[in-house]
Design a protein around this ligand. Sequence first.
Ligand SMILES: Nc1nc2c(ncn2[C@@H]2O[C@H](COP(=O)(O)OP(=O)(O)OP(=O)(O)O)[C@@H](O)[C@H]2O)c(=O)[nH]1
Ligand SMILES: [Mg+2]
Length: 716
Amino acid sequence: MARTTPLSDIRNIGIIAHVDAGKTTTTERILYYTGRKHTIIDIHDTKDLKTSTTTDYLEQEQKRGITIQSAAVSAFWRDKKINLIDTPGHVDFTIEVNRSLRVLDGAVVVFDGVAGVEPQSETNWRLADNYGVPRLCYVNKMDRSGANFLRCVDMIKKRLGARPLPVQIPIGSEENFKGMIDLVEMKALVWDSDDKDAQWHILEVTPDLADKMHITMPSDRQLLADVGKFRTELVDTCLEQDDEAMESFLTDGVVPSADVLRRALRKGTVHSAFTPVLCGSSYKNKGVQQVLDAVVDYLPAPTDVASIKTVDADGEPIGERKCSDDEPFAALAFKVINDIYGALTFIRVYSGVLTKGASVLNSTRGKREKIGRMVEMFAKEANPVEEARAGDIIALVSLADTETGDTLCDSANPVVLERMRFPDPVISVSVKAKTKAEQEKFGAALGKMVRADPSLHLETDRETGQTILRGMGELHLEVTLDRMRTEFGVEGIMGEPQVAYRETLTKKLTEQYIHKKQTGGAGQFAEVWIVFEPLERGAGFEFVDETVGGSVPREYVPSVEKGLKIQKEDGVLAHYPTVDFRATLIDGSYHDVDSNALTFEIAAKACFREAVRKAAPILLEPVMKVETVTPGDYLGDVIGDLNRRRGTILDQLERGTNIAVVANVPLSEMFGYIGQLRSMTSGRASYTMEFSHYDPVPRQVADEVIAQVSKAALAG
Ligand SMILES: Nc1nc2c(ncn2[C@@H]2O[C@H](COP(=O)(O)OP(=O)(O)OP(=O)(O)O)[C@@H](O)[C@H]2O)c(=O)[nH]1
Ligand SMILES: [Mg+2]
């Protein structure tokens, strides 16, 4: 089979934003205007579960009116194939944005025209920076009371440190939002109805445009009066991208044509020199087709972005794979979904061609995978395909061993693609089946949920034997259990949320340990000398072998490392994992008969316990970055309350008519915050929080935590 869509005609893009900015609403319009869908469903009409938007089809998404998992759809616009992933804005589901951005070539960042840049706009923007994904900005909700385009552009500059470049300016705002001036064509596009099928009129940009459109608000009129200034900024910025156009502009005063401008905008966007900004109101059906035009005109095709890097066993880059059908096959598995019908593994093909029935290598795990059914996903609908080519995003049915982040490749040309990074879960709950009879079914379903979501971790409490589920937030854990009910038909119960504390040491010391046993038959012997030293926050664990002359035989060094790795998970203070330290094996001794892998593992474990107790261990706690948005009247109360929660106020920002208080607060102090906040502000304030970093727990608080853990252990 030959390629049907040329690579240059493909756009793999994501829609990212803070909660409620209008990503799903925009996606619905995109599917409607591209002819993929005949009715538009609005988010607030799905709560009775009788209907759903195409991408928010989970019961939990319909009921709560939020997106929980990313969903892929595809559509054609001006003969270009757009593969689009709608992502969630809620911080608890950041993993979904993370993995989508890893495999996409471009993104549309949606902003609420009233709130502007919100915490999750910032987090997602930084994620896109990390993955080097070129972006467009879309200032949505221009129809809402308080919408302000320029304020949003200014926030993009200041809070995101970006270089926004308006390619449109709005005509009017709030209930008087009429359309926009296209600064590339220098034409006004105006709608005289909110109807989804209303066509826009094209008008000349004349000085009396504001009067003709009955624009009365002074700031809206000023924006239109400044249209020349915005056009100049656009032309000047475009000229930076095109030497030839710059030359003829400077020498002969030739103003670049719209086509020349669009070419320059494409070049600058693809190289992230700037970010074009558009405006509109998806809900009122204004500006969505123009966003589609911009996606086609400015966002990269798979061949426009840097080739994917290949890495060695340590994750260090060693080469690259070009996006081409002629290269050997390589793809990255970025998402695994499990339901009663089996597993679906989403892959992005980076090079080569994959055909049904092929046998490929999972190079991450060194296992072979047989490719059975292949499908192109359209939200929850699966359409069978026979092959997939470079640049495609498809799903494979029922793979045996492939997990999120693994590479699949041609076994004759093995490579490992750059891995994905996952956020660390900071909150945990104990979970169990509602009835004893369902325990096994519950365990199996839980295993599948965890396999599908790398931001969930499962462990067994050593003391109490309880199953502990760790995740990104209370909502994340609640939704996980609720999905087990709807997707696997098994009900669970959840304990009180707990903080995922950690332990570390603060002193460097050298410890010797001799493990020796002489009981009847064969004896046991191993001696180790290990230096333990603290590392900076976030460094994790490092093991170094500095032994010389075979004092610890080479084959037993891995056993020492293994012993330390096991033991560090059970900290000396309160059984939390020990982090941010280095262990250097410097010396030891062995016995020809009595030493083996196990004796060295035992010695290493005991050495760790003895050493860390002496190395001034401390407890670390997750600290959250909290942003509380409140009307000014309650500012004092909100700040006072955050202080009582051991918070450190970092900043106060204007947010429309409200004030956003930004603070670092320990997670343990944030349980039940929403209730307190609501009653303090008569329900008028809201907040978001995300993990920031780990900090030492103050002595007195730490003593309480440790006491509680040993009490629970006794009770358990
Ligand atoms: N006034 C107005 N409301 C809008 C507009 N776009 C979306 N909304 C409303 O904003 C709410 C949130 O919209 P969604 O599309 O679910 O937002 P989202 O960004 O997908 O949200 P999450 O996926 O939960 O992060 C819904 O009630 C929409 O009807 C708009 O242009 N104007
Ligand atoms: Mg959504």
